[in-house]
Write a protein that binds this ligand. Structure first.
Ligand code: F6P
Length: 329
């Protein structure tokens, strides 16, 4: 960071799948802007609201009492129109009409892809804040919402375990993660799942059956298999069907946790992470940084180019996979 830049009026938006802690990030962006003497505008419904001119001035008290709430007060969308040059030009004209000279975009890789194109094309400095329950952005150890979602999943699976154990059943529980298995793996370790099916690796059904047989031989009377929604067989119902064809020892049930995973009050971790990233995003813009994402690496904040965050893939930790296997026997 070098010197304070000419940024005077910041716009903030949330885009893509919502995540618990997005409100804490909005609050931090708004309060940090005002603290540093900048004006701040909330853009509704992500990039679509920017195109439609749904832009409103935010004050210190506009963000009161949202720290503990899930969802996003700015609402969210996945805008098709923003993918077009015409859409982006409309959005740019609306920002200029409001005198907005910098943008904070809170979301995942789709959000950052849009942000990068927007800055490259029209020259508005953008700072990204990683907000997605999937934790799949390259360059940051954590994204806002991941911790809360893993806690929601853990709570749900603990409940499923109670009934699984009472009835000696095998449950296949599907969790979110269209392209990534971070939620599934972390939840697997925390809930003692016998196996985790990830989008990042194709485990054969024979392999899975062998694990279940081994569990039964080790006196397991009930088990939970966690299936990430993006794994290659097509989800929990299909995995359960194929397993049952080969192995019918257990009465089998399937539970899809669905969008319950995206809701709820953010955890302490997500509130703190969001608050730190929100303040840092504004201070980075003030010091002339742009086209970057605020990241948390080894417990410190740093800036990562948006191009890197969206072009590289965040890898599943192979040691965590190994540990999940070791402790599930
Ligand atoms: O990007 C977060 C995420 O929750 C994914 O894990 C999931 O596949 C997707 O969003 C679902 O999105 P939608 O709200 O469009 O159903």
């Amino acid at each position: 960071m070098t010197r304070p830049s000419a940024v005077k009026r910041v716009g903030v938006l949330t885009s893509g799948g919502d995540a618990p802690g997005m409100n804490a990030a909005i609050r931090a962006v708004v309060r940090a802007s005002i603290y540093h003497g900048l004006e701040v505008y909330g853009i509704m419904r992500g990039y679509q609201g920017m195109i439609d001119g749904e832009i409103k001035k935010m004050e210190v008290r506009s963000v009161s009492r949202i720290l503990a709430t899930g969802g996003t007060i700015l609402k969210s969308s996945r805008s098709q129109e923003f993918r077009t040059k015409e859409g982006r030009k409309k959005a740019y004209d609306n920002l200029k009409a409001h005198g907005i000279d910098a943008l904070v975009a809170i979301g995942g890789d789709g959000t950052f892809t849009g942000a990068k194109i927007f800055e490259d094309e029209l020259g508005i400095p953008v700072m990204g804040i990683p907000g997605t329950i999937d934790n799949d952005l390259y360059g940051t150890d954590y994204t806002i919402g991941f911790d809360t979602a893993t806690n929601v999943i853990t709570d749900c699976i603990d409940k499923i375990r109670d009934t699984a154990s009472s009835h000696d059943r095998l449950f296949f529980v599907e969790v979110m993660g269209r392209d990534s298995g971070f939620l599934a793996l972390r939840a697997g370790i925390a809930t003692g799942a016998i196996a985790v099916m990830l989008p990042e690796e194709k485990r054969s059904i024979e392999d899975l059956v062998a694990i279940l047989e081994e569990g039964a031989a080790n006196n397991k009377t009930s088990s939970v298999v966690i299936v990430a929604e993006g794994e290659s067989y097509g989800g929990a119902y299909e995995v359960a069907r194929q397993v049952q064809e080969r192995y019918d020892k257990y009465d089998t049930k399937v539970t899809i946790l669905g969008h319950i995973q995206r809701g709820g009050s953010p955890s302490n971790f997500d509130r703190v992470l969001a608050s730190m990233m929100g303040v840092h995003s504004i201070e980075a813009l003030m010091y002339g940084e742009s086209n970057k994402m605020v990241a948390m690496v080894n417990n410190s904040l740093k800036l990562v180019p948006l191009s890197e965050a969206i072009s590289k893939r965040s890898e599943i930790d192979s040691d965590m996979k190994r540990i999940a296997r070791v402790i599930s026997i």
